[in-house]
Every structure is written in C-alpha cells, then in structure tokens.
Design a protein around this ligand. Structure first.
Ligand code: ATP
Ligand code: MG
Length: 310
C-alpha cells in the first residue's frame, strides 16, 4: 500500500487555457495572444499549492481522451505526482480570457463530463488502496456521481483514521457533513447556502460555523471572506485574520491556494493560528497573479511573515 502525507481528489479536472485579447466584438474573429495552458481543478490546484510550499502530495484525478493526455503532460511539467483514473469521456477544457482594453476577465467553464459506474468504482478503489494522513476533496461532482459520493469517500477515509478536508458546494457539501469531516472551507456565500439563507452578516458567520461543529459536521470550519480575509472556528476557538492589501490581478485559484496553504501547514504540524494565516497568505498571494496561475512562493512567505503577528 502506497503511503502519502496528503492525497488530493479531483473528479472533474480541466485543461485550463488562458489568453488575452483586445476588445470583445460579436461576429468577428477575436485574435488571442499570450496563451497559457495549465492543469486545473480544485484538488490539482491544491496539490500545486502544496508543491510551491515545498510539500508533497499525490493528486488523484480522472483523465480522458487527448485533453486528458495533455492534462497529464502538464502535471508532469509541473512535477506533480498523480494517479489518473482513465475515463471514456474526454477531460473538459476551461477558458479564461482577459480583455486588454478593459482589463475585464471572462471565465468560460464547461460542464464536467460524465463518469461511468465502472469508472466511479475505480475512483473508490484507488482511494481505498492508498494510505494517507490528509485527504483533500475539492471541486464539484461530475455527472454520474451521486450527490453523496463525497460522503462515501469521507466514510472510507475516516475508517482509515485519515483527516478529511473538503472544499465543495451545495448538496455535495451538505451530504459530506453527514459523515463528519475534519475541515471545511466554504466562502461566506457557500456557508449561507448551506443553511438555506440568501446571505449572512459577519456577526452570523461564527454562530453558523459553531452550529455545524456542534452537529458533528466538521471539527474546523474556515470561512473565507474574499478581500476581507477569513475566520477559523472550532469548538473552543475563533480567529479572524484580515487579508493583506495586495494589488489584485485575478482571484482565480484564491480559494484553492488557501486550502493548499492550510493543508501544507497542517501536515507540518503547525498550530491552527499559523494554519489560518498560511491559508490567507497563500489565498491573497494568488490574487497577485494573472489568470489561472496560483501564487509565487516568495509572495506567500512574505505575506505570512506580515500576518504572523497580527
Ligand atoms: N481581493 C482580494 N484581496 C486580497 N486577498 C484576497 C482577495 N480575494 C481573495 N483573497 C484571499 O483569498 C482567500 C480566499 O478567497 P475567497 O474567499 O474569494 O475564496 P473562494 O470564494 O473560495 O475563491 P474561489 O473562487 O477561488 O473558489 C481569502 O480568504 C483571502 O485571503
Ligand atoms: Mg472556493
């Protein structure tokens, strides 16, 4: 049985393409330049963030067709260890385009291709055959995976004394809480949705997180607040960490970078005070880069130093 400190799971990865253009005009060819290709998807991004901090993880993902081959090539380019479950459907592509005239960013997200019953079983078996301390589940579900799929994975991981970190939304998040996990990282909108309300005020965030913890849904709830920072709530602790002011270029990957920073810090046995600060530092550092790029290691370290005593 292969052993890893951290395993990440991405059931609906994407081949991320990003480019620039000058002016959005209907019916005409829009010439793009500065094209970049990246392997994308929640868990994959978390693995990349961990690698940037000097850590190691195994990324478990689905991959299909020529786009899947390219996804794997890009992971090799970035030296991210992975285990791919081959799917009959092709890996999807996502497209991010920046208009140089306005600096506006357009994000085209394609639907996740379907996963067959057999392929689903292979995802489960792959996870079952690995030994790990932390399992990170990040991103949405693909067609063909039941809404309680993450809950099934969570129950399996718990039986092996692993700690589960979950960053997903809607019904999949609601269901996985029934199994009880170690840490969840909803943004404030996702937290509101979870309890069936339109929006939550800052003062309500702590109580909502406490309720989830009291019901046994999670031990740690980290709620990210975009440019405001994040809060960490446990049964006995509450920490608010403001985000540092940075020159924002693109918020793509901020949430994943935050999760990566926190999981890496947990795997290094850092205190929860440091864990949340590494999360905010990596999330904010990610906003300093364009398109689908995550963060620069030196930016994350510098922001962490700044946050350390705050
Ligand atoms: N405009 C910003 N300025 C500084 N830091 C930011 C900004 N936006 C996000 N961050 C940082 O990134 C972290 C995560 O951001 P956010 O709350 O937007 O996550 P998210 O909604 O899950 O993002 P994603 O869209 O990547 O899933 C924040 O806690 C903060 O540290
Ligand atoms: Mg998010």
């Amino acid at each position: 049985m292969k052993t890893f400190a951290i395993v990440t799971l991405t059931v609906s990865p994407a081949l991320d393409k990003s480019a620039h253009f000058s002016g959005l005009v209907a019916e005409q060819k829009i010439r793009c330049h500065s094209a970049l290709f990246d392997a994308g998807g929640g868990g994959i991004n978390v693995s990349k963030a961990i690698s940037k901090l000097g850590g190691n993880s195994l990324a478990v993902l689905t991959s299909g067709g020529a786009t899947g081959e390219m996804l794997k090539d890009l992971l090799k380019r970035d030296s991210i260890p992975f285990e791919a479950i081959e799917t009959k459907t092709w890996t999807r592509e996502n497209f991010v385009a920046v208009d140089d005239h306005t600096n506006s960013q357009y994000r085209f997200v394609f639907p996740a291709p379907a996963v067959s019953v057999n392929e689903k079983q292979r995802i489960i078996t792959t996870i079952q055959e690995l030994k790990f301390k932390y399992l990170v589940i990040s991103g949405g579900l693909s067609e063909g995976l039941e809404v309680d799929f993450y809950k099934q994975i969570a129950e399996m991981a718990k039986d092996n004394n692993s700690k589960l970190i979950v960053d997903t939304t809607g019904e999949a998040l609601k269901k996985v809480l029934e199994a009880g996990v170690y840490l969840i990282k909803p943004n404030v909108g996702e937290l509101a949705k979870l309890i069936g309300v339109e929006r939550l005020e800052m003062e309500e965030v702590k109580d909502t997180a406490k309720q989830i913890i009291a019901k046994g849904g999670a031990e740690i709830v980290v709620v990210s607040l975009g440019p405001q920072g994040a809060v960490l709530v446990t049964k006995d602790n509450y920490e608010f960490v403001p985000a540092p002011h940075v020159v924002k270029k693109s918020t793509v990957g901020a949430g994943d970078s935050m999760v990566g920073g926190m999981v890496w810090a947990l795997s290094q046995n850092k205190s929860l005070k440091e864990v949340i600060r590494w999360g905010v530092a990596c999330g904010s550092a990610a906003t300093m880069n364009e398109g689908t790029q995550l963060f620069k290691t030196e930016d994350a370290k510098r922001l962490f130093e700044w946050l350390k005593d705050r």
